[in-house]
Design a protein around this ligand. Structure first.
Ligand SMILES: NC(=O)c1ccc[n+]([C@@H]2O[C@H](COP(=O)([O-])OP(=O)(O)OC[C@H]3O[C@@H](n4cnc5c(N)ncnc54)[C@H](OP(=O)(O)O)[C@@H]3O)[C@@H](O)[C@H]2O)c1
Length: 234
C-alpha cells in the first residue's frame, strides 16, 4: 500500500513505540490520529509530530466508539489500525492480585478487541483495510513473572489469528509485530528499571518494520514479524 494520504489510527501513540510508528507513517505521507489516556502528553506529542489527538482509553467501550466518531469526523475514512496501546504488570503467580491482572487484560486484550471490532466494521463495509497488532516476543513463550503480561500477549496473538481467518476474504490484512525489549517508558510504567544501552532496540526500529509491512503491495501480507536486538547488552 502506498501510504501517501492514507489514514491511520495508532492507539497509545503519545509515547514510545506508538509515537515512533505515528511519526514514521506521517513521514511517509499518511494522515494519522493517535490515542492515549493522558490528554496533556497526547496533545504535546500530536503537536510535535503533526498527528490528530483523540484522548481515549482503549479499555472503555464508550471511549472506543467516540474514538471512531472523532476519527471519521476528522478524516472521513480509515485505512489502517495500529493496535499498540499496552501496559505491563510483572509478578510471580503467588503475588498476583485480581486488579492488576484484570488491568493488563483490559488494555492489552479487551482494548485491542474493541478497537479491532470497530475497525473491522469499517473495513468489511469498504472491502479493504489493514490491522497491525503490536504484540511481543511475550506472545511466543512464557516466563517467570509473566502471568498477566504474557497471557495478554498470547491472547492478542490468538485474536490476531481469528481476525485473519474472518477478515482475509474482505481483503483485510491482519498482521502482528513481536518486538523484543525496546527502550521506552514501558518498564518504568510497569514498575521496573530498564538498563539503557545502544545495542538495545529503539522504538524507531519497530516503526521501521510496521511501515515496511504496510507498504508491501496489497496483493500480499506478512502474518507475523518478530524483532530482536542483534546482540543486546544484558
Ligand atoms: N517496550 C518494550 O520493551 C516492548 C516490547 C514488546 C512489546 N511492547 C509493546 O509495545 C506496545 C507499546 O509499548 P511501549 O514500550 O511504547 O510503552 P510506553 O512507552 O509505556 O507507551 C504506551 C502508550 O500506550 C498508551 N496507553 C497505555 N494504556 C492505554 C489505554 N488503556 N488506552 C489508551 N492508551 C493507552 C500510553 O499513554 P497513556 O498512559 O497516556 O494512556 C502510551 O502512549 C505495548 O503494547 C507493549 O506491550 C513493548
Amino acid at each position: 500500500m502506498n501510504l501517501t494520504d492514507k489514514i491511520a489510527l495508532v492507539t497509545g501513540g503519545s509515547a514510545g513505540i506508538g509515537r515512533a510508528i505515528a511519526e514514521s507513517l506521517i513521514g511517509a505521507g499518511a494522515k494519522v490520529a493517535i490515542t492515549g489516556r493522558d490528554r496533556a502528553k497526547l496533545e504535546r506529542t500530536a503537536e510535535a509530530i503533526g498527528a490528530h489527538a483523540i484522548q481515549a482509553d482503549v479499555a472503555q467501550e464508550a471511549d472506543v466508539e467516540r474514538t471512531y466518531q472523532e476519527l471519521l469526523a476528522a478524516f472521513g475514512d480509515l485505512d489502517m489500525l495500529i493496535n499498540n496501546a499496552g501496559v505491563g504488570v510483572f509478578k510471580p503467580l503467588v503475588e498476583m492480585d485480581q486488579a492488576s491482572f484484570e488491568r493488563v487484560i483490559a488494555t492489552n486484550v479487551t482494548g485491542a478487541m474493541l478497537m479491532g471490532r470497530e475497525a473491522a466494521k469499517l473495513f468489511v463495509a469498504r472491502n479493504r483495510g489493514n490491522i497491525v497488532n503490536i504484540a511481543s516476543t511475550a506472545s511466543l513463550r512464557g516466563a517467570a513473572g509473566g502471568t498477566a503480561y504474557m497471557t495478554s500477549k498470547f491472547a492478542l496473538r490468538g485474536m490476531t489469528e481469528c481476525w485473519r481467518a474472518e477478515l482475509r476474504k474482505h481483503n483485510v490484512r491482519v498482521m502482528q509485530i513481536n518486538p523484543s525489549e525496546v527502550i521506552t517508558d514501558f518498564a518504568s510504567a510497569a514498575g521496573f528499571e530498564q538498563a539503557d544501552h545502544p545495542s538495545k532496540l529503539q522504538s524507531q526500529d519497530i516503526a521501521h518494520m510496521v511501515k515496511a509491512v504496510l507498504e508491501m503491495d496489497d496483493r500480499g501480507f506478512t502474518t507475523e514479524l518478530t524483532v530482536f536486538a542483534t546482540n543486546p547488552a544484558s
